[in-house]
Design a binder for this molecule. Structure first.
Ligand code: SAM
Length: 335
C-alpha cells in the first residue's frame, strides 16, 4: 500500500478513534447541557462502527504508516465491553495503543484495560478543587474519584499516566499551581492545554485562552522549569522539566503556537467518517466502503487518496472569524 504523504509532505502516523459520541460529563466548554440536553439525538447503535469494523480499519491504517492509535470520544469508557476492542487492536504488531478518558470509570476498569493490551492512558482533569471541577463537568462529579482512577491506572502499569488540564480563563486558571504542586514527584505527567475553538457550541473567544507561555511562567516562578527536548518530531506537547529533577510538565499551545506543520494525525468518527483535522467541517465516509463489501486494499487506497489531498493547517490560519465556522464537535470527532 505504501505510506502516503499529504500536500505538505506530512506522513500519516497517528489515528484517533472516537468510539462513542456519548459522555457522562457535560463539560461546559465541550458538551454544554444547553446543547447536549436530554433530547439531544446521539448516534444510533446501527450507525456506529462495530469493534470488528474499527479493528479492521486500524489494521489498514497501520499498513499506511500509522504507528499509534488513541481511543477517545465522547467518553470511551462508557462504550460497553471496550476491553474487547482493545484486545483486537493489541494484536496489531508494534502499535502504540492508548486512550483518553475523563477518569470517571477508570478505578473500576484500569486493570481490565491493561490486561486487554492497553499500554498507556491520558486522564483529563481540569481542577483539584471540587467546586471548580464540578462547575466545569456540570454533573457534580467529584475530583476524588478521578484521582482514584489515576492511581488505579498507575498501579495497573498504564504508565506514565498523563493528566490533561484544559485551562479556560475565568474558570480554572487558579488551579494551575495546585495541579502542578500535586502532580510533581508522582511520576505522572501533567499537561496544560490551551482552550481551543473546537466545534461551534462553546462560544470560544481569544480572551478565554490562558497561553502556554503564561502557564509556564506562572509555574516556573514557584517551581523553576527548564525546556526539555521533544521525545519525537510532531509531539504536540512542549516538554518542560523541573530544575530540581522532580518531574516534568507539558504545555499544548494549539492556539498560540500552532503545530500544524508537524501534524500527522487523522481522526475516525464514531460513525466511520474520516477527518484530516480537528477543525474540519466535513469528513469522508469510510463506513459505506466497510459495509459495501470492499476489500482492504481498496479501502486503503481510498484512505491514502484522502491523505494525499490533505492541506489542512487550521490553527496556523485561525482568526476570530474562522472560530465561528460550523466545525464538527470535538465530542463527535474525538479529542
Ligand atoms: N471524554 C474523554 C476525556 O474527557 O478525556 C475524551 C474526549 S475529550 C473531548 C478529550 C479532551 O479534549 C479532554 O481533555 C477535554 O478536556 C479536551 N477538550 C474538549 N474541548 C476542548 C477545548 N475547547 N479546548 C481544549 N481542549 C478541549
Amino acid at each position: 500500500m505504501g505510506h502516503p504523504t499529504d500536500q505538505f509532505n506530512r506522513p500519516l502516523r497517528d489515528l484517533r478513534i472516537s468510539v462513542t459520541d456519548r459522555c457522562n460529563f457535560r463539560c461546559v466548554y465541550c458538551m454544554p447541557k444547553e446543547v447536549f440536553g436530554n433530547d439531544y439525538q446521539f448516534l444510533e447503535r446501527k450507525d456506529i462502527l462495530t469493534f470488528e469494523e474499527i479493528a479492521r480499519v486500524a489494521g489498514i491504517f497501520h499498513g499506511l504508516g500509522a504507528e499509534k492509535v488513541r481511543l477517545t470520544g465522547g467518553e470511551p469508557l462508557v462504550r460497553r465491553n471496550l476491553e474487547q476492542l482493545i484486545e483486537q487492536l493489541a494484536k496489531i504488531p508494534g502499535l502504540d495503543l492508548t486512550l483518553t478518558t475523563n477518569g470517571s470509570l477508570l478505578e473500576r476498569k484500569a486493570e481490565a484495560l491493561r490486561k486487554a493490551g492497553l499500554k498507556r492512558i491520558t486522564v483529563s482533569l481540569d481542577a483539584l478543587d471540587d467546586a471548580t471541577f464540578k462547575r466545569m463537568n456540570d454533573v457534580d462529579f467529584p475530583v476524588s474519584k478521578v484521582l482514584a482512577g489515576i492511581e488505579a491506572a498507575a498501579a495497573a502499569g498504564l504508565t506514565p499516566v498523563k493528566i490533561n488540564m484544559v485551562v479556560k480563563r475565568g474558570e480554572n486558571e487558579n488551579g494551575i499551581l495546585p495541579m502542578a504542586r500535586h502532580f510533581r514527584k508522582t511520576g505522572h505527567i501533567l499537561r496544560f492545554i490551551e482552550y481551543m475553538d473546537v466545534g461551534h457550541t462553546n462560544g470560544w473567544r481569544m480572551d478565554d485562552v490562558v497561553t502556554a507561555r503564561e502557564i509556564v511562567n506562572m509555574i516556573s516562578r514557584e517551581m523553576p522549569l527548564e525546556p526539555a527536548d521533544p521525545n519525537y518530531t510532531g509531539e504536540v506537547a512542549q516538554r518542560w522539566r523541573y530544575k530540581d529533577g522532580s518531574g516534568e510538565i507539558g504545555v499544548i499551545a494549539s492556539v498560540t503556537q500552532a503545530f500544524c506543520r508537524d501534524c500527522t494525525r487523522i481522526r475516525l468518527s464514531t460513525e466511520g467518517k474520516l477527518y484530516t483535522c480537528l477543525f474540519a467541517t466535513a469528513g469522508y465516509d469510510l463506513r459505506g466502503l466497510l459495509r459495501g463489501g470492499r476489500g482492504d486494499a481498496e479501502i486503503g487506497d481510498a484512505i491514502a487518496a484522502v491523505w494525499r489531498q490533505r492541506a489542512d493547517r487550521y490553527s496556523e490560519i485561525r482568526t476570530a472569524n474562522t472560530a465561528r465556522d460550523a466545525k464538527v464537535e470535538m465530542s463527535y470527532i474525538g479529542g
